[in-house]
Design a protein around this ligand. Structure first.
Ligand SMILES: [Zn+2]
Length: 174
């Protein structure tokens, strides 16, 4: 369980920020030191796969666990090329993407999901956190998980530590 209370008296307590305080992984994302350059390109090049939560390297993509997940097991399929939109994908990259979507779902079956959300957020208005480098989300879903979203959208607890999830998925990847 990653939940912890942050005791910073200088922290403003507007409803919006209060939600963030109870979600340390989101808070790291918001308040953390911003990396120089593209987060995805850096990870693609530095070859620290477990540390970076890179689950798989394909020909044109790598598959990485989202460090700031919407749900436990939230994966992202990221092209090695720094492109902004799926419109720039080459035909062979399009084919590999669908293959990796299916492989991701197969590996995530160990989490016994009831369903999946898959897709991409293009542009900030669409909710893209990292809009400069296209990436495709695969998110396992369970009945009931949506019940929490309207109330504690930002405060949802991650029941499993990311590296534990990583190791299980690494084994399940085929
Ligand atoms: Zn990039």
């Amino acid at each position: 369980m990653l939940l912890k209370r942050v005791t910073n008296s200088s922290m403003p307590s507007s409803p919006k920020q209060k939600k963030v305080v109870f979600a340390p992984w989101r808070m790291d994302f918001i308040l953390g030191k911003k990396e120089k350059g593209c987060v995805f390109c850096t990870r693609q090049k530095r070859r620290k796969d477990r540390e970076d939560l890179i689950l798989h390297r394909g020909k044109h993509y790598f598959v990485i666990l989202n460090k700031y997940p919407y749900n436990n097991g939230h994966l992202m399929i990221v092209p090695n090329r720094h492109i902004q939109s799926s419109e720039q994908l080459r035909p062979q990259e399009m084919v590999e993407l669908v293959g990796l979507m299916n492989q991701s779902m197969r590996a995530l079956k160990i989490t016994r999901p009831h369903g999946f959300n898959m897709g991409a957020n293009l542009g900030r208005a669409a909710g893209a956190g990292i809009e400069e480098h296209f990436h495709f989300h695969v998110i396992p879903r369970w009945f009931g998980d949506t019940n929490f979203w309207p109330v504690i959208a930002e405060t949802k607890s991650m029941p499993e530590h990311l590296l534990t999830t990583y190791d299980k998925l690494k084994k399940a990847w085929s």
